[in-house]
Structures are given as structure tokens and as C-alpha cells.
Write a protein that binds this ligand. Sequence first.
Ligand code: MN
Length: 147
Amino acid sequence: MALEKYQAKRKFNKTSEPKGTVKKKSLSRFVVQKHQASHLHYDFRLEHEGVLKSWAVPKGVPEEAGIKRLAIAVEDHPVEYINFSGTIPEGEYGAGTVEIYDKGKWQTLDGDLEKGSMKFNLVGEKLKGEYVLVRLKDKKNWLIYKK
Ligand code: MN
């Protein structure tokens, strides 16, 4: 796990996003950040193996069962990003506003991300219960839904 892709996309003298480092230990936190960029989307991030595994979810993580949403895998983000909110300046990568939509804890129930299929539990303010993330054939695209 590394942050080269994340760091290469950003100029840390222009954006207030954290540069970050890969951590040796992981807590089991998650965050959903509402990102009003050129297109509104929600960034779903799971703290895992020292980084935040990240997906852009155009329509947001479903809060009710029976709704499947596309989740596009994006570059790992530093754990420090879990607390980030603010404005990314015009002209910079991801320009727009970021606000924390929900956060909490998560745990694996079955499967794992590396295998492309994982059942897990979310304990947030808005998102609670059993969820599934499953990778589609093209590798970048996943589905997320509530059980
Ligand atoms: Mn985003």
C-alpha cells in the first residue's frame, strides 16, 4: 500500500488536503465525504492496512436495503484524510467542497477486499448495518449495497 498516486495528483502548497503517511497500525474507521466537485459524489473510505481504501459513489452509499450503487475504486488516501473537510481550490485536483457526511466504525464479516467481495458491518450515525462491496469484472467498478 502506498500513497504515491494520491500524492502525485495534488500540490500540497495549493491544497489544504493532508500529504499523509502510510500508518503501521489501522483502527477500523470509515468516513463518507460529500464532495461537490465538477460532479457531486460521495467518497466512501475504509481504514485498512494503514491507508484509506477509497471509492467514489456517484449516488451515495445506500441507507436502505435493496438499492445497489456503483462505487468506483480510486487511489488509496492517507488515514489523515478521514478528518478532512474544506475547499479544494479552483484548478486543483478535485476542486470543490468536501464535507463529512458520516463517519464511524466498520468490521469485516465475511470475505475480503483483496478477493473483490466483502461483507462488512458499518456503525455510523447515518449508515448502520450489514453491507456488501463486490468488484465487477473491470476491476475499478464495484457495487455497494445494504443487506
Ligand atoms: Mn471525491
